[in-house]
Design a protein around this ligand. Structure first.
Ligand SMILES: CC(C)(COP(=O)(O)OP(=O)(O)OC[C@H]1O[C@@H](n2cnc3c(N)ncnc32)[C@H](O)[C@@H]1OP(=O)(O)O)[C@@H](O)C(=O)NCCC(=O)NCCS
Length: 170
């Protein structure tokens, strides 16, 4: 597990959102967020827990602070194997999007993977997900491949683009 990302409040919301490292105890919360962010491919809490428990995996939660406690609005799941990092999933609940939280979670993935020794960070993103692609590309990722029919959709299948961020090319 990596150190918690810095607690920076989002400048665009009156309710601050902070990121914190997540662990096995957060598996059910992460699964609930994953299910609303990726309804075509929902994961169970057990599936998330089995990922988080493996060596090289790390996770973070974005928590919106409020009078009634912290409200989980986003999550990150990532891993590092040898020198390759991978973002498994990043998601922000629909009502909390557009406030910089997704960008902060991607930054946390970049920081966390580098801390674990990655020289590159990979991810797959659906070819029809323009918003996520623009986020990743503005963070320095480039397309290096395409996997036809990779994602299931209610009306068929869609290709994945494989994106890569290099720490060493900078
Ligand atoms: C992709 C996702 C994580 C972005 O989360 P977010 O909190 O809205 O992201 P941010 O607010 O940090 O915005 C990041 C960028 O996304 C784009 N973006 C955000 N909201 C947008 C909107 N309403 N319209 C168009 N682009 C938008 C912009 O490029 C933005 O960059 P900016 O900071 O320069 O404005 C979120 O939309 C999501 O969870 N989607 C469903 C799950 C998903 O697709 N995950 C990624 C797949 S690998």
């Amino acid at each position: 597990m990596t150190a918690a990302p810095p607690e920076v409040s989002s400048p665009r919301t009156s309710h601050p959102v902070r990121l914190q490292a997540a662990g096995l105890a957060d598996a059910a919360v992460i699964a609930a967020l994953q299910q609303v962010c990726f309804p075509d491919d929902p994961w169970s809490g057990e599936a998330v827990a089995s990922l988080i428990g493996q060596p090289g995996f790390f996770a973070a939660l974005a928590l919106r602070e409020g009078a009634e406690g912290d409200d989980p609005v986003g999550f990150l799941l990532a891993r590092v194997a040898a020198e390759d990092g991978e973002i498994i999933a990043v998601g922000v609940r629909a009502d909390a999007r557009g406030q910089g939280t997704g960008r902060r979670l991607v930054a946390a993935a970049l920081d966390g993977a580098r801390a674990l020794g990655a020289t590159a960070l990979f991810l797959e993103v659906a070819e029809d997900n323009g918003m996520a692609q623009s986020l990743y590309k503005s963070c320095g990722f480039f397309a290096v491949g395409r996997r036809p029919g990779y994602y299931r959709r209610a009306d068929g299948r869609v290709a994945a683009l494989v994106l890569r961020y290099s720490y060493t090319d900078k």
